[in-house]
Design a protein. Structure first.
Length: 282
């Protein structure tokens, strides 16, 4: 017997209906995947596209990366962020094109989650906090994919959330037998992002499923919850889930730690709000 999941994932995984990657972005992604390509060559290509380079520089100077000083050139951004994070930011440009230009709530939530993830990762001294921030930035990309490819179903999904007073994830699992986290993990994997970004995206609602990058998945999970608890941004529902036991265990944090994060985050979200409005004008 065919489940609801099969036809849904068949539509989602139809590569012919995936968002078209602009030529300049496709070239950049190819170069980023080629270990023989120098940062200089990649930087030159990114810099040749005003919109792409402008967005990457804005993101590199955003509150959630928190670099000292100002990153004013693409080579400097690549040096500070690394190729994996740059790849995530390049793909973020595609998401800008996919989303409704008026989706301020989505962007504020995504940027806020990236900010919270960066704060948590640095406090826990995770080796590469920029990669965790990038995974957090893209953690809800599955919602964008579902909305862009199944508009009628998406409207029905929103109706179910409102009428049944459930979370978006609960509604997705009931309607499709798959949630936006799994869809997002598959999508970014198909776009060529490394597992250090894909697994936290796919597992941010189920930390126990993460195998290799459970700490990163737990950080994105915690950051997502903190931003929802703050009421910052909006991605389809107001439900604030509890922090999963697996996240508490792997991160080994306590209530005083969360209180400190919340205080620091509160100051940063003012900057994030201003930033989210500015970047959409690019």
């Amino acid at each position: 017997m065919e489940t609801k999941r099969h036809p849904f994932m068949k539509v989602i995984k139809d590569v012919r209906s995936l968002p078209t990657i602009p030529g300049i972005i496709a070239k950049v992604l190819l170069l980023l995947d080629d270990n023989k390509t120098s940062f200089k060559e990649i930087s030159r290509l990114i810099s040749s596209d005003q919109t792409l380079s402008s967005r990457i520089l804005r993101l590199a100077n955003s509150p959630f990366y928190r670099f000292p000083g100002h990153v004013s050139t693409i080579p400097a951004a690549m040096l500070m962020l690394g190729s994996k994070a740059i790849k995530g930011l390049v793909l973020t440009s595609i998401i800008f094109e996919m989303t409704d230009k008026n989706s301020l709530g989505y962007w504020e939530h995504s940027l806020g989650t990236a900010t919270a993830a960066n704060i948590i990762a640095k406090r826990l001294r995770v080796a590469k906090p920029e990669e965790v921030s990038t995974a957090a930035l893209l953690h809800d990309i599955g919602k964008v994919i579902i909305k862009s490819k199944l508009r009628d179903d998406y409207e029905a999904l929103l109706t179910q959330i409102k009428e049944k007073e459930v979370s978006m994830r609960e509604a997705e699992l009931e309607m499709f037998e798959v949630d936006h986290a799994e869809v997002g993990g598959w999508a970014v994997s198909s776009w060529g992002l490394p597992e250090v970004l894909c697994e936290p995206i796919a597992c941010h609602h189920d930390v126990e499923k993460a195998e290799t990058y459970r700490v990163e998945a737990a950080i994105v999970h915690l950051a997502d919850i903190l931003i929802k608890a703050n009421g910052f941004g909006f991605t389809g529902d107001d439900f604030v889930p509890p922090i999963q036991p697996a996240a508490w265990e792997v991160l080994n944090v306590n209530e005083p730690f969360l209180e400190e994060i919340t205080v620091e985050l509160g100051h940063k979200l003012i900057e994030v709000h201003e930033f989210s409005q500015g970047i959409q004008s690019v």
